[in-house]
Design a protein around this ligand. Structure first.
Ligand code: ADP
Length: 354
């Protein structure tokens, strides 16, 4: 099976607008209440009664409940292994020549970095992906050779930074189009990785570089998009054919709306740039999901950078990360609305259940 769609057949008949969805999937993951929230007696506003069917309930006050539909819903009890089991067919499809993008979207503190990076003893999608790619590449070594390399980038205030560069770029990094029409950033480091140990040191180098030049690393990372790009060169040993494909793993900037009164100067600029790029991303995926004739890739650095891997026969997965806490209700609803729109199944496009 090449794709997530084939390997999760029930998804095919699941939702309104399923045809329009094509290669776009949205998985919702809710983090557990933190120790502090639990000890403060914080109430939970999410209900997972129908999580197995992809339904997430949100208690919006009084006896009101809204239900959101996703391709998968993970409860706080679901672990990294459960999440990766569903993402795995999608990531492996990069070895079949597909371009793939995986995003983690949500308010700061909802587990985007946990899902993508994960702690060292309980790694997330990024590391598991590379482990899986090496393992499948080994299994297929009679028929194919694969060369893997990785870049680690950050997009902050609409500027691209190469986190693997050993010296600061002398010029601004810009996205260029090749004569064949593909997009790339000339001059960025593409580190060849032959095994999982190589990967670990590259990821470490990337994360150390993120800290440079910022006095609060956590704050900085919540305001920038952190991007791991895995480039795959495949040679088919039977016919000598060579192909290239890319897999992007993106830990997005926090989606929270900063209180208008707080934001001034640099903060305001950051907030505007985050809003701009997250809404541009939402618009692109929505346009793809609804098969719009115009896909507005150029509205942000992020969508422009990922252009070759968003659309066509590329595959897209978005994790919408949420908090279970009553205190985060309005941000949770805002993230769930964003994710629902991205799936292209908002009212105007809803079709009858099949
Ligand atoms: P974000 O990247 O969205 O800002 P983090 O990944 O830093 O959020 O997560 C915030 C906190 O919640 C961290 O302490 C993280 O370990 C914890 N956390 C998030 N998701 C989970 C989860 N599914 N299981 C256990 N802990 C989680």
């Amino acid at each position: 099976a090449h794709s997530c769609i084939e390997s999760i057949p029930e998804l095919n008949n699941m939702v309104a607008g399923v045809q329009a969805l094509g290669n776009i999937r949205v998985f919702c993951r809710c983090r557990p209440l933190s120790r502090e929230e639990s000890s403060n007696g914080c109430a939970t506003v999410v209900d997972f009664d129908a999580a197995k069917d992809g339904d997430l309930g949100v208690l919006t006050g009084g006896s009101n409940k809204r239900t959101f539909k996703f391709d998968r819903v993970y409860t706080p009890k679901d672990g990294q292994v459960d999440v990766f089991a569903d993402a795995s067919p999608l990531v492996v499809s990069v070895l079949d020549g597909y371009n793939v993008c995986i995003f983690a979207y949500g308010q700061t503190g909802t587990g985007k970095t946990f899902t993508m990076e994960g702690p060292e003893h309980n790694r997330g999608v990024n590391y598991r992906t590379l482990e899986q790619l090496f393992s499948v590449a080994r299994e297929r070594s009679d028929a194919f050779t694969y060369n893997l390399s990785v870049s680690v980038l950050e997009v902050y205030n609409e500027q691209i930074r190469d986190l693997l560069a050993t010296s600061p770029a002398s010029k601004k990094l810009e996205i260029k189009q090749t004569s064949e029409g593909s997009h790339h950033v000339p001059g960025i480091v593409e580190a060849k990785v032959d095994n999982i140990n190589d990967v670990w040191s590259v990821l470490q180098a990337g994360s150390n570089a993120r800290a440079v030049g910022s006095n609060n690393v956590n704050e900085h990372s919540s305001r920038s998009h952190c991007i791991l790009c895995i480039m795959v060169k495949t040679k088919n040993l039977m016919n000598g054919e060579c192909t290239k494909s890319k897999l992007w793993l993106v830990d997005l900037a926090g989606s929270e709306r900063l209180a208008k009164t707080d934001a001034q100067g640099e903060r305001l600029k950051e907030a505007q740039n985050i809003n701009k790029s997250l809404s541009a991303l939402g618009d692109v995926i929505y346009a793809l999901a609804t098969k719009s004739s115009h896909i507005p890739y150029r509205n942000s650095k992020l969508t422009h950078l990922l252009q070759d891997s968003l659309g066509g026969d590329s595959k897209t997965l978005m994790f919408v990360q949420i908090s279970p806490s009553e205190h985060d209700l309005s941000e949770t609803l805002s993230s769930l609305n964003f994710a629902t729109r991205v799936r292209g199944v908002e009212l105007g496009h809803a079709r009858k259940q099949i």
